[in-house]
Ligand binder design. Sequence first.
Ligand code: NAP
Length: 347
Amino acid sequence: MRNEKIEEIKIAEDGVNPQEVPQRTLYDGDKIPAIGMGTFGSDTYTAVEIANAVKGAASVGYRHFDCAPIYENEKEVGNSFQEIMKAGIAREELWITSKLWNDSHGKGNVIPACKQSLQDLQLDYLDLYLIHWPFPNHHEPGVEEDWRDPDAVPYNHDLYMETWQQLEKLKKKGLVKHIGTSNMTIPKLELLLRDADVKPECNEMELHPHFQQPELFNYCKKNDIVPIGYAPIGSPSRPDRDKTENDTVDIEDPLIVEIAENHDVHPAVICVKWAVQRGQVPIPFSIYRNKYLSNIKAAVEDPLSEEEMKAIAGIDIGCRLIKGQVFLWEGAEDWRELWDLDGKIPG
Ligand SMILES: NC(=O)c1ccc[n+]([C@@H]2O[C@H](COP(=O)([O-])OP(=O)(O)OC[C@H]3O[C@@H](n4cnc5c(N)ncnc54)[C@H](OP(=O)(O)O)[C@@H]3O)[C@@H](O)[C@H]2O)c1
């Protein structure tokens, strides 16, 4: 019985051959699969549901998984990785990312936090380790949007560099193959590129048709940083704390809906196609097989035309969905202060 289950992981008939999934090249020549599977759903789905989806995703061709301890499922997802590898998929075929949570910035905390993720995920190394947010401001999982960490502080470059140097150490020790950033801005990346011994290899950032971040996207490309796009479908089931009345819905955009009708797919699939063809690495999430299967198929079949790509480039309305307000410090006016909108870092 168990063997049958494991067998399934290797050979889903309707799946995608992982070797046909495009890849992006990091500046050291290593390759990252051009689409991954997100694993954040802890406000809606159980850890076991998400871990089962990880197994299912491997069985339809995913080899790249985006994890984080704050998603509260690394242990369960780790069990799935064990099963996947027992089923004959070699560790080297997988790309596994995890992230340093905000409560573990600074000199003494980074290496233990990474080792904890490795232990939970049951791995000897991570393919990519990211600093999840550039602020050491903590929130418990599932807090309301007006929750504030009383010890929250604005961006502090010295502390960020202390943290980054620990990531550099992790890479030297071989516990992680690549290091990168998440939720960064151009001003913060400028400082990091100025001061880092090991330059960031990837930057995970919110990217979807209504939030294309062209300046940051181009900045990453220019500096050989691979952009990984989170919320690629516009995160329709994100937690309520991340919703405001001005937010728009990518999968209801008339252009996305029209292109989806022409391709006979769900509008979500068009968002994924656009992301892969633009050159970012989308990491869509769903626990449902039909959805994660259509997302990986989006990366390998029936591409969008040049006109469609151009038309989608025209619907960017700068609608940031994951505003990060729970990371604000006392005295900060609103979430815009997290994103250095006038080109300056507050604090
Ligand atoms: N670095 C960061 O700070 C950060 C922040 C946010 C997210 N992330 C990562 O990015 C991943 C993706 O972001 P996300 O989950 O917020 O947003 P998303 O992938 O844009 O949206 C996920 C939702 O879209 C729906 N969906 C997925 N595929 C679909 C399809 N083919 N057809 C119809 N609906 C579909 C799913 O609905 P159902 O639930 O109904 O299936 C799912 O809940 C996360 O899981 C996490 O790994 C990172």
